[in-house]
Design a protein. Structure first.
Lengths: 303, 303, 303, 303, 303
C-alpha cells in the first residue's frame, strides 16, 4: 500500500514564544536547507563512545573537521558539548549555528540504569549564541525519576530564556530491554510521546526496528504489530505530536541506503535529519558530496 | 440496607484562602456542570502507559481530540502534563479550564518502590492560567519519604500562589501489595486520609475492591471487613474529610455500569468524577453522548 | 523505697529567648491546666497508623471531634499535621493552641531504617499561629544521619522565629532492636539525652518497659538494671536535662491505670502529659470525664 | 634513646587571619594555662555514647557539673553540642570559653561506614560567642566523600567568620579496620595529615597503639614499624604540620598514667590536651585535683 | 620510524577569555621555564596516599620543602590542597605560582567506584591568588554521573572568574579495569578526549602502557593496537585537542629514564610536565639538580 506523505507541523501553528520562534526560524529558514527542513551534524560521539569512532576517518578527531564540513556542507547546525564549543566555535561564530548538548556520559560504566549528567547549562548556551540546546533523556531507565527531574530543571531554564530544546529520546536500561528492547516500536513510540509530554520542542529518535524474537516481550498490542519502516515512522511521528521530529542515521550505512532512509523519514512527517557518523566518518570530499545529496533530496520537502 | 445520600463539603464551609476559593469556584460553578459538582477529563496516560492506550481509538492520540471533547462535552477541566499543555491549550484558553499535572512517570521501570518525579512546577501552572495542579502521591511506597518531601515543596509553592492541589492518592509499591494490595479498603481508606493530612484540596481515589484472598493480609480490622461498594465509598469519603473527593473510572466499562458506578460515588459524598479512558477511548460522538449522560446524572447532585 | 517528688525545670530558669518564653508561657500558664503543667491532645495517628485507629470510636475520624474535646476538655494544645490544621483549626483559632507536627509517615513501608520526612515547615506553623512545632526523631535509625541533618534545618528555622520545638524522641530501627529494643531503658534514656543535646525545648518520651529477654542485649550497665517504673522515669527525666518532659500514654489503658501512670510521670519530674488514643478512642463524654480527672490530678503539680 | 623536646608551632608564625588569631590568642593566652598550651574539657559523650558514660559518676549527667569543673579547674574551654550549649552556657558566658561541636551521632547504628552529620552551624557558634568549632572527620570511612564535602562547607563558613576549626581526626570504618585498625600508626598518621590538608587549625588525635597482629595488615612501610609511644607521637605531630595538636585521653586511666601520657604528648610537640572521661568521671574534688596537676605539669611547656 | 615533532597549541590560538589568558600567560611565560612550556611540582600525595610517600625522603613531609624546591628549582607552579596552601604559601606569595587542587580523597576506602569530593572552591583559589585550579576526574567510574555534575559546577565557577582548570584525567574504577585497565591506550585516549569535551584548559594524563594480557579486553580497535610509547603519546595528545597536555612521571624512575620519558612527551606535543614523587622523593640537592636538567631539556621546546 502506497502511503501518502504526512504533513509536518509548521512553525506558525505551534503557539511558540517569540524567543523560541526566533531561534527556530533561524534554524529552519536562514541556515542549512532553509526551506523549513533541518539537517544537523552531531559530534558528541567523542564523549559518548570515545575516540574509537574517529578511527575510520582520522581527520574527524579534530572538531574543526566537522565545523568545516558543517559550513561547506551548509548544515542547519552543529551539535557540540561545552568544551568543544568553547574551544572550536569562535572562528565559525554566526556561520554555523550551534546546538549545545547539555548532558553526556562515557560508554565505560555499565548501561543498566543510565542517566546522562548535565555538564553544561542553558546559560552556557545563551552565552555562546546557541540556537538550541540538546538533552539526552533515557526513557524507561531505572533512574528515570532523576532524569525527569533533571530535565525539568533544564526545561525551566530553557523557558526562562525561550531557548528551544532538542530531546534525544533514547529508550535505555534493563527495564526496556526486558520489554522488547531499545529499538522496538513500543520503545521508540513511547519515547516520542514522552518527549512531547515533557516539553521537547524537537525530538530526535531512531527508526524503530523489527526484531521478532524480542518484539514478543513488548506490551500489547505492540507484541503483535509488524509495521513496515514507513508505517513505523508514521506512528512515532504521530506520537511526537507537535514536537518536530529528527531522525538519526545510526551506524554507518551505504550512501543510497541513507538517502532512502531519509526519504522514508521525511515522507513520514519528520522535519529533518541528524546524521553524524554516517557523514563525518567519510573523507571530507565524500562527506561533502553526501551532504549535497541530502540537500538535494530535502528540496522536495520545502514548506 | 438503603443508604442515605451523604452531604459533601461545600466551598463556603472550607475556610479557603481567596485565591483557592476563586479558582475552585470557577471549576465548580462556572465550567462543566456548574452546579457544585466536578467532571474532569484526564489525559496523562500517554506518559503513564504510553501510546498503547490510544490504540482502541486512534484519533485520541492527538490531544486536540480530548480538548474538543472537553469543550463540546462541557467538562469542568482537562488534565495535562506540561508539554501537552504548552503545545495544545492555547486555542482553548479560557474555554477549557486546565489542571496541570506536576509529576509523572512511564510504566517501563519496575513498580516496587515508585515515585513520580516533578516535571512541572506550580509557577508553570500559574503562567498557563491553570485553575489547579495535580500531584500523584504513591502512598506507602518504600520511597514515601522522598515523595512526601517532594509533595511538601509543591504544597508550599501552591500555598504561595493559593493554587488548589488535586492529589492522585494511589497506594502503590511492594509494601502495600503485602498488606492487601493497592485496591483494598485498607489501602484506599489510608490513602484518602493521607491526602487530607498532607494538605490536598481535592483527592482522586478509586473505588476500593474486595478481594477475599488478599484482604486477609490487611491489618486489623480491615482483614475482616466486607463492605458493599456503596459502604466502601462512604468510608473512604469520610477519611478524605474536608478534601473534596473525585472518583476515577479505571479501565473501560460499559456505559450503564459507568453511570451506575458514578451514582454510587456521588451518593456516597463525592464531589465529582474524573473519567479518562472510559470516555476518550470511545469514538468522538459516542464519547460526547456519554459525557452528556454523565451531565444529566450530575444534575441530581447540584448544591 | 519511697521516692521524693522531683522538681522539674521552671520556665524562668531556662535562659529562653523572648519568643520561646512567650509561647511556652502561653502553653504553660494561659491554656490547659495553666499551672505550669501541660496536657496535650495529639492527633497524628491518622497519618501514622491510618484510619484503623478510629474504628474503636468512629466519631473520632472527624478532627472536629478532637478539637471539641481539646476545647471543652481544656487541653494545653492539640497536635495536628498541616493538612488537618489548615482545614479544621480556623473555627477554634485562639481557643485551642496548636502544635504543628512538621514530619510524619505512614506505617505501610517496613520500619528497619525509619525516617520521618518533613511535610510542613516552621513558617507554616508561624502562619497558622501555632505555639510550638513537633518533630519525630528516630534515634538510632540507620538513617539517623539524614534525620539529624533534617532536624538541624528545622531547629535553625525554629531559632529564626524563636518557635519552641517538641521532639518526639523515638528509638527505632533494626539497630536499637538488636540492643534491647525501642522500649528498653537504654533506648529511652539515650533518646532523652539526644533530644537535649540536639536542641529540643520539650521532649516526648514513653515510660521505659522492662523486658528481661531483650534487656540482656542492651549495652552495659543497662543490661543488668531492673528499675521500677518510678525509678526509670526519674532516670530518663534526668537525661532530658533542661528539656521539659512529656510522657505519652501509648495504647489504650484503663482509666485508673492511666491516672496512676500519669502520677508516676509527674512525680518523676515530667512537665506534662500527651495522651491521644487513651483519650479520644473513648466516647466524647467519657473522654471529657477522663480529661477532667487528669486536670484534677495535675492540680497537685502546679508551680 | 632520649628524645629532645619538639618545638610546637607558635601563633605568630601561622599567618592567621585577624579573626582566627584573636580567637586562638584568647584560648592560648587568656584562659586555662594561659601560657600557650591548651587544656580542653569535652562533653559530647552524652550524644556519642549515651548516658551510660555518666554512671561511674552520676552528677556528671548534669552539664552544669562539667561547667563548674571547667571554671574552677580553669580549663581553656569546654566542648558542647548545640542543645547543651544553648541551655547551660548562659550562666558561664565569658567565664568558660566555648568550643561548639558541629556534628555528632549516636553509637546505636553500625559503624562500618560512619559519617557524623552536622547538627549545628558556624553561625550558631558565632551567635553563642564560641571561640572555635569542632568537627569529627571519619578519615577513611566509605562515606568519606560525603564527609569531605560536608567538612568543606563547614570550612567555608568558618573562613567567612574567621572561626578556628578543631578537627577530631578519627580513622574509622571497615576499610581502615582492614588496613591495621583505627589506632594503628598508619591510621593516625594519615588522619593527622588529612586534617592538615583539609584545613584544620587544630587537630585532635589519639596516641597510636601498637598491635602486632593488626599492624601487619597496614600498608608499607607501616607494617614493619615499631615506634615507642614517644616516637609515634613525634611522627603524627609532624604529619599534622601547622595544625596545632591536641591529644585525647581516651578511656579512664590512673592519675599517674594520665600525667605521664600527657608529658609524652607535650614533649612530642603537642599544643595541648583534651581530657574528658578521664577527668569528669571522677568525683568533683578528685577531678579538680587532677586538673590542677595537669596545670602544674603544663607550666613546663609555656611559650 | 622516526616521528616528527608535534606542534602544540599556542596560547594566542586558543580564543581564551582575558582572565584565562592572563593567568596562563603568567604560568607559561613569566615563571618556570618561561618559554611556553610548563613544569609543575604537585604535592597532593599526602592526602591521596598518606604520609607513607614521605618516608623515602623524610624532609619532604614538610610542605616547605617542596616550596623551597619550587622556588629554587624555578618551577612553573606548585600544586597544593587548600589546607596546605593556606598554611604554607604566604611566605612564597608571588614567588611560586599556586595551582589549587579542588578535590581529593584518601586511599583508604576501596577504589571500585571512585569519586573525588571537592574540599575547596574556585573562590578559595581566587582569594589565594592562584593561577589555576586542579580537578581530578575519574573517567569511567560508576560514579561518573556525580563526578561530571560536580565538575560542571566547578567549571561554571571557573568560568565566572575566568580561572584556568587543569583536569587530572584518570581512568578509574571497576568498569575500566574490565575493559583493558586504567593505563591502557583505550582508557587514556578516552580520558584525554573527555577532558577536552568537558572543558579542561589543561589536562594531566599518564603515558599509556601496553599490557598484552589486558589490552585484549579493550573495545575495538584498541584491542589490536600496539603503538610505541612515542606513538601512544601522539594519539592521546591529539585526543586532548586544544587542551594543553601535561604528562606526569608516575612512580619513581631513574634520572635518565625520566628525562627520556619527558622528551617523548614534549616531542609528542605536550606543553609540559608535572613531576612529583620523581622529584621531591630525592634529597634537596639531588632534586634541584634534576629540576635543572629538566629545565635544560625544556629549552629545546620554547615557543
Amino acid at each position: 500500500m502506497a502511503l501518502t506523505r504526512v504533513k509536518r507541523p509548521m512553525l506558525a501553528d505551534l503557539d511558540l514564544s517569540t524567543g523560541k520562534r526566533t531561534r527556530l526560524h533561524r534554524l529552519l529558514y536562514k541556515y542549512g536547507p532553509a526551506n523549513g527542513t533541518l539537517m544537523f551534524l552531531p559530534i558528541d560521539q567523542g564523549l559518548e563512545h570515545g575516540p574509537r569512532d574517529f578511527f575510520p576517518n582520522p581527520p574527524s578527531k579534530d572538531p574543526d573537521f566537522q565545523l568545516r564540513l558543517a559550513k561547506e556542507g551548509n548544515f542547519s547546525g552543529i551539535v557540540f558539548q561545552i568544551g568543544i564549543a568553547k574551544k572550536y566555535m569562535n572562528k565559525y561564530a554566526g556561520t554555523v549555528p550551534l546546538v549545545l548538548k547539555l548532558n553526556g556520559k562515557t560508554e565505560i560504566p555499565p548501561d543498566k540504569a543510565p542517566i546522562s549528567p548535565c555538564i553544561a547549562t542553558v546559560e552556557d548556551a545563551v552565552r555562546l549564541g546557541a540556537d538550541a540546546v540538546g538533552y539526552t533523556l533515557y526513557v524507561g531507565s531505572p533512574l528515570q525519576a532523576d532524569d525527569f527531574e533533571q530535565f525539568r530543571k533544564v526545561r525551566e531554564d530553557a523557558d526562562r530564556f525561550d531557548m528551544p530544546i532538542i530531546v534525544w529520546a533514547y529508550p535505555r536500561g534493563e527495564a526496556i530491554e526486558a520489554k522488547g528492547g531499545r529499538d522496538s516500536l513500543y520503545a521508540v513510540d513511547y519515547a516520542a510521546r514522552v518527549a512531547n509530554e515533557l516539553g521537547a520542542d524537537i525530538v530526535k529518535i531512531n527508526v524503530p526496528k523489527s526484531n521478532p524474537d524480542k518484539d514478543a516481550s513488548a506490551p500489547k498490542p505492540y507484541n503483535t504489530l509488524q509495521p513496515s519502516p514507513a508505517e513505523a515512522v508514521r506512528m512515532v511521528v504521530e506520537s511526537a505530536g507537535r514536537a518536530l521530529v529528527l531522525f538519526s542515521g545510526g551506524e554507518m550505512l551505504g550512501e543510497g541506503d541513507l538517502i532512502q532512509k531519509a526519504r522514508i523519514a521525511m515522507d513520514g512527517g519528520a522535519t529533518g535529519l541528524i546524521f553524524g557518523r554516517n557523514v563525518w566518518q567519510r573523507p571530507f570530499d565524500e562527506a561533502l558530496t553526501l551532504s549535497r545529496e541530502i540537500h538535494e533530496m530535502l528540496k522536495d520537502y520545502g514548506a
